[in-house]
Design a binder for this molecule. Structure first.
Ligand code: MSP
Length: 660
């Protein structure tokens, strides 16, 4: 029989800036769910990617002086970019889509044409409000205090010829989908959508733009580019091969899949996306789950506010798995949560170092110390169980089902709560049995001690299996330490007792989750955050602002700029800065100019160069020498230091030529 197919996606990210811990949260959560389904033995397809079109990207690229494609390439593929971050975070996506990929572009053109041909897209005039950062159109009634209801920023008036999608036609079907099915979760998001968007009446949606060009062209009407959300939402099916030849997985049991998205984009996924699919006659997603935000200082993280947390710094400091775990353990998946370094360190110390770390290290150390790393035959069973044996066994026996219910209802935080209750129970079991006392008389108590340790190893194994989707690397190490081979790591085995062989080789290896020194770590993180803030305030390259005061043309013409050739150049004695230039200025009489640029140039390197000087400044004395004019240079600040470049011209230009 074929395995069950499971298709899960994250939103595709805007590569307009480096990704932060909020983006990481969403992708780690989706990765955890994907790994959970793989653990169950399902065939999983996990998709993520980047959403690369739109005016925001076009503007940013212009500011950076590169093409939009060069701009996004750098953020997606460059060092420290999106791909690097997902690799670091051990994200197990099967596919990565970029909306600039040729096959996607072709599919979107076909999707747009199909909706046009079936009458759902028509031409009209767009009049309304546009939020540039969010790439969202709004009607007057949707604005919050005249501002964008998503980000609170100012909106602009917009009017242009545009194509419209007949969203209004699908209003009743969307209402039914939201209210009468569990298509959208958590339920609270349904109420938000119905109240804010469906009840006031769904209006047709503007789905093309003519005011910028960085988008997918409407192939039957050049000059229009496809609205970025129609382009982006289509990715979930184009990545499977819908309307393209790049992949052949559409219609093969993957779609419909599950779309995991952040709460501010639920509107697009639960209204526009199903309406597009209805128009195309394709199945709707199985589920859209809208998770909450990670907040910092009470607000949403954003690069422009300068309040982002860098996942690279945290992963390097605490380890990738500790960071993954923290994100899933601490914040209920459907709600907002406040990020803080204190909370992160506290979670690592309490759950990982104390509870899980201690259970593993005490159990493996005692198995090594009392039994040389191999428990004796017969340790699996104990004829007259103590009440705490029964209690622990019952707790573990209920674990996998509870965990499964939680994971199936998109509550990974609850699944972890279940696992950690068992881990805490197991630590208590160590104290209840006091193995160190049992070990004093091995002849009398050796059998009981072996059974206690076997029980602890089994509990650790089962918890390890269920923690694998959250901390894959560390659980692999844990399995080596407790001697659990692949057969002891399966989903089925997590519901069975006594799977670990009695004589399995147990080794106390490295400490999986070292304790964090809170004060020291907080200090280091604060220093790193300060450096990052400074980098925002003081970017690597600064140029002086342009003067706003105007000079009239005649005044400007009074400055006499000439081409000069360097005949000789030497350092002025007793001056660290000054160079003395002997220049040919075309008059036949040498001109002497002093310039404070020794820091940037060696005199011998300048002889023979063709430079520019202003020659009608009044003479000036420096270090007892006269300077007649000034050499022209370009200056800027780089990494806080002044940089200077003499203006050098083509040597073919004769000395004395006037610049005008
Ligand atoms: N490009 C669109 C998605 C198109 S999907 C067809 C987009 N991109 S985004 O890069 O701005 O955001 C991607 C995801 O990151 C969104 O789901 C968003 O909610 C999530 N997050 C961004 N900041 C976040 C937090 N601070 N906390 C949690 N998730 C957040 O939207």
């Amino acid at each position: 029989m074929e395995n069950k197919k499971f298709y899960i996606t994250t939103p595709i990210y805007y590569p307009s800036d480096k990704l932060h811990i909020g983006h990481t949260y969403c992708t780690v959560a989706t990765d955890t769910l994907a790994r959970y389904h793989r653990l169950r033995g399902e065939d999983v397809m996990f998709l993520t990617g980047t959403d690369e079109h739109g005016q925001k990207i076009e503007d940013k690229a212009r500011e950076a002086g590169v093409t939009p494609k060069e701009f996004v390439d750098r953020i997606v593929e460059g060092s420290g970019g999106v791909l690097d971050l997902w690799k670091l975070m051990n994200i197990s996506n099967d596919r990565f889509i970029r909306t600039t990929d040729g096959y996607h572009v072709q599919s979107v053109q076909r999707i747009f044409k199909r909706m046009h041909d079936n009458g759902d897209i028509y031409k009209g005039t767009y009049k309304g409000k546009y939020c540039k950062p969010c790439e969202s159109f709004w009607t007057e009634s949707q604005l919050a205090d005249g501002k964008c209801p998503d980000c609170g920023r100012a909106v602009t008036d917009a009017e242009e010829e545009a194509y419209f999608f007949r969203l209004s036609k699908y209003a009743d079907r969307i209402r039914d989908l939201l209210e009468n099915t569990d298509f959208l979760e958590p339920r609270s998001r349904v109420n938000e959508m119905v109240k804010n968007f469906i009840d006031p009446g769904l209006e047709d949606l503007c789905v093309s733009r003519t005011s910028f060009s960085w988008g997918i062209p409407v192939d039957f009407d050049p000059g229009h580019v496809v609205y970025v959300w129609v382009d982006a939402l289509s990715n979930y099916i184009t990545a499977l091969g819908y309307e393209n030849d790049r992949y052949d997985d559409y219609g093969k049991g993957w779609w419909p899949g599950v779309n995991i998205v952040g709460k501010e984009i639920v509107r697009f996924h639960s209204i526009i996306w199903p309406a597009m699919l209805m128009s195309l006659g394709e199945p709707l997603p199985k589920k859209v789950f809208g998770h909450g935000w990670l907040l910092l200082d009470g607000g949403k993280m954003s690069k422009s506010k300068g309040n982002v947390v860098d996942p690279y710094i945290l992963a390097e400091k605490f380890g990738v798995d500790a960071l993954r775990f923290f994100l899933m353990r601490t914040f209920p998946f459907g709600s907002d949560g406040s990020f803080s370094n204190e909370l992160l360190i506290q979670t690592i110390n309490t759950d990982l170092a104390n509870d899980l770390g201690n259970l593993v290290s005490r159990t493996t150390a005692m198995t090594g110390k009392y039994f040389g790393g191999h428990l004796p035959a017969g340790c699996r069973d104990w004829a007259s169980p103590e009440p705490w044996d029964t209690d622990l066994r019952n707790t573990v026996a209920a674990l996998r089902d509870a965990y499964e219910r939680d994971m199936e209802s998109f509550a990974p935080h609850k699944a972890l709560e279940d696992v950690f209750k068992v881990i805490q129970r197991a630590n208590k079991y160590i104290d209840e049995n006091a193995p160190w006392k049992l070990s004093k008389d091995m002849e009398a108590n050796g059998g009981r001690l072996a059974h206690v340790l076997y029980t602890l190893l089994e509990v650790t194994r089962i918890c390890g299996v269920l923690l694998t989707p959250f901390m894959p690397e560390s659980m692999n190490k844990l399995f080596v330490q407790i001697g659990a081979s692949s057969g002891c790591q399966t989903w089925d085995s997590a519901a069975q007792w006594g799977v670990l062989p009695e004589g399995a080789a147990v080794n106390k290896g490295e400490n999986l989750f070292p304790r964090v020194d809170t004060a020291k770590a907080l200090e280091e993180l604060e220093a790193a955050a300060e450096a990052a803030r400074e980098a925002v305030v003081r970017p690597n390259i600064e140029i002086e602002p342009q003067l706003t005061e105007k000079v009239d043309f005649d005044t400007f013409c009074k400055s006499d700029f000439r081409v000069v050739k360097v005949k000789a150049c030497d350092a002025v004695k007793k001056s660290a800065k000054l160079l003395r230039f002997t220049l040919d200025d075309g008059t036949g009489v040498d001109r002497q100019i002093l310039s404070g640029i020794h820091q940037w140039y060696e005199p011998e390197d300048l002889v023979g160069k063709t430079l520019v000087a202003i020659v009608n400044l009044p003479p000036r004395k420096m270090m007892g020498l006269e300077s007649n004019g000034m050499l022209i240079s370009a200056v800027h600040t780089e990494k806080g230091e002044e940089a200077l470049h003499l203006l050098m011209l083509d040597d073919a230009i004769p000395a004395g030529a006037k610049l005008c």
